[in-house]
Ligand binder design. Structure first.
Ligand SMILES: O=C(O)CCC(=O)C(=O)O
Length: 335
């Protein structure tokens, strides 16, 4: 008698995957029989995989993942059912308690239209005035981003360099449209040499801690800077003072965005999504809007955001809220 055909490894993978996805043993056997396999061999193989200790160890994780995916689907459906699921609402400042209740607690992004507009910074911040007030300040910027490749923001530390603010302002004037140089958040400029900038802002009462400079970052750069799609591990109050920025924001429970992510940075590029690699992208709700001078955007923790400066730009990002604001988060590079 000729030997029975043996199941190839690929089939074993297929059996395990489908069982882990929640298919019953009978359904998997049926699938194998439809492919021409002998029913009793198929049944024996499925039974032996399902009872293997390695498979049984994986089962609780698969179950948990299925449950969590159900919540993610539910959450997406709830957001999609909103009248304008791709909008970020624009509002006047509702007061501290209402802010925490309506936006902070449920993690809802919003733009406040009357917070930054009152700041002296709106009049005072320009390249010329920064140069005049803080020209000698030694600051840290990132430079060489274009040649570095797509991870220029993940690896920003490697691209950090010092200059005086005067030199940096001169570079922005020389290269006013560029993604090669940018003073990004991960520096301590506002905490020391540029702390005078905080004299030009008027923060909503009781919203932030007294040591706000410890949790504030000044962003300065030309038009054309791109901060790739990422999420942060704190809530952020992002105040736009000079120039416009185009934001694309995506809710945390769009879990497809985690595919191939490195650290807190997504692999998918919202400006040129690779639909073969990320087929789910076409159904993702992207909130796509322009932040203008005078706008304050609340970025809830975990929300993905991609930011392109449309003009020479100055922004102040604050995370020193008067509430615990350090959040544990899934870091895909640990996978
Ligand atoms: O303004 C930018 O380029 C990026 C801002 C940002 O990603 C942040 O504050 O988390």
């Amino acid at each position: 008698m000729s030997e029975r055909p043996r199941l190839a490894d690929a089939w074993e993978g297929w059996i395990a995957e489908n069982l882990l996805r929640g298919a019953s043993q009978d359904e998997v056997v049926l699938g194998l029989v439809e492919e021409g396999l002998d029913e009793s061999e198929a049944r024996e193989r499925v039974r032996s995989i399902a009872s293997a200790p390695i498979f049984r160890a994986a089962l609780p994780f698969a179950r948990e993942s299925r449950r969590l995916r159900t919540f993610a689907r539910l959450d997406r459906a709830r957001w999609a059912a909103q009248p304008r699921p791709t909008d970020v609402p624009r509002q006047t400042w509702p007061g501290r308690d209402a802010f925490f209740e309506r936006y902070w607690a449920p993690g809802v992004p919003v733009i406040f239209t009357d917070v930054v507009t009152r700041w002296p910074a709106m009049e005072r911040w320009s390249l010329a005035s920064l140069e005049q007030r803080f020209g000698d300040a030694e600051i840290r910027i990132t430079s060489g981003r274009e040649a570095y490749g797509r991870d220029y923001d993940v690896d920003a530390k490697k691209l950090e360099t010092s200059s005086t603010l005067r030199e940096y302002v001169a570079r922005i004037r020389r290269e006013p449209v560029s993604n090669d140089h940018y003073m990004i958040a991960r520096n301590r400029n506002v905490r020391d040499v540029l702390s005078g900038l905080l004299d030009d802002v008027v923060l909503p009462r009781d919203l932030f801690r007294d040591d706000v400079s410890e949790g504030a970052a000044f962003w300065l750069g030309p038009a054309g800077t791109v901060t790739p799609l990422h999420h942060d591990t704190s809530n952020i109050f992002f105040c736009q003072v000079v120039g416009r920025k185009r934001y694309r924001m995506i809710a945390p429970l769009e879990i497809g965005v985690l595919d191939g992510a490195r650290s807190m940075y997504a692999a998918v590029d919202p400006e040129a999504p690779d639909l073969e690699r990320f087929p789910w992208w076409s159904s993702v709700n992207v909130r796509d809007f322009v932040l203008s001078p005078g706008d304050a955007l609340f970025i809830p923790v975990g929300w993905w955001h991609h930011v392109r400066a449309l003009d020479v730009s100055m922004s102040l990002a604050i995370n020193a809220f008067d509430r615990p604001n350090r959040w544990d988060w899934y870091v895909p590079s640990r996978d």
